[in-house]
Design a protein around this ligand. Structure first.
Ligand SMILES: [Ca+2]
Length: 278
């Protein structure tokens, strides 16, 4: 018997865990193949091309090696005569998503030595109000792994990387910075179901009837009647054993009596069934 109970409890636990797991949507890279908008304030080149780079390569799902057959999609690359810049790349997620992680991948070109030195990573629902979810200042050197930024799941539609300082990589005219890919992980946002009102409230002024009314003519019996022959007991006698006047029953006693009667009937029914089964 104990084995059977354990088996049933184990099966219930497995089913419960399976249902819970099935309900959780898996996070995916919701930035994949989404539009990237770039802006630059001041001197510089927002989007170097030269057959290797473009803004759209930030969300193409590739971080190709250099050299390789895919080296014509290395990522995004920008340049300016000074390291301090005001450059943004913004991904339009084309929808509302609950997101919690962002990855900035270095390019394989120059082994990632062109990773921007100072920047913020920001998220927004409306392109106006931004929340900073990641920030770096003064990064230098080769980067081979993506920079990861985790944050509390937030409903967003846009992700922005605001570069304020380029890398130390330079030529005779410019400093440079670039990224191989930006990934944003989340699930599509679903509005809460209307469900039940968590605060149904109470009526602050339930009101009273200002004129409850009275019956202006309650009526009287015009002919209450009299017994024409009330009769008399020819032999009133005496009661040798006067019965105690029973107390009037109350409503509670009626319920108790009814309950006892029902129990008695039920017990009789069970008893009869047992006898039949024998
Ligand atoms: Ca890419």
């Amino acid at each position: 018997m104990k084995k059977l109970i354990c088996l049933i409890l184990s099966a219930a636990l497995i089913i419960a865990l399976s249902v819970a797991g099935a309900g959780a949507a898996e996070e995916t890279n919701v930035a994949f193949e989404k539009e990237v908008i770039g802006e630059i304030e001041g001197e510089g080149t927002l989007e170097l091309t030269l057959g290797f780079w473009a803004l759209e390569y930030l969300t193409d799902g590739m971080v190709p090696a250099f050299p390789s057959d895919d080296q014509d999609r290395l990522g995004w690359y920008c340049a300016a005569p000074g390291r301090d810049v005001d450059i943004t790349v913004t991904i339009d997620l084309d929808g509302e998503f609950d997101c919690s992680r962002i990855y900035l991948f270095p390019q394989k070109f120059l082994d990632g030595a062109n990773f921007p030195s100072s920047y913020t990573v920001e998220v927004s629902e409306d392109l106006e109000n931004w929340t900073v979810v990641g920030q770096e200042s003064g990064l230098d050197g080769v980067r081979s792994e993506p920079q990861t930024y985790g944050f509390e799941s937030t409903k967003i539609s846009f992700v922005k990387v605001h570069v304020t300082q380029l890398s130390t990589t330079r030529d005779a005219s410019n400093y440079f910075a670039g990224l191989g890919e930006i990934e944003v992980y989340g699930v599509e946002h679903v509005d809460q179901q209307p469900g039940t009102d968590p605060n149904p409230g109470t009526d602050p002024n339930p009101g009273t009837d200002p004129n409850p009314g009275t019956d202006p003519n309650p009526g009287t019996d015009p002919n209450p009647g009299t017994d024409p022959n009330p009769g008399t007991d020819p032999n009133p006698g005496t009661d040798p054993d006067p019965v105690v006047e029973p107390q009037p029953t109350t409503g509670d006693n009626s319920v108790l009596f009814a309950a006892v009667a029902v129990l008695a009937i039920a017990a009789s029914f069970v008893f009869l069934r047992k006898r039949e089964t024998r």
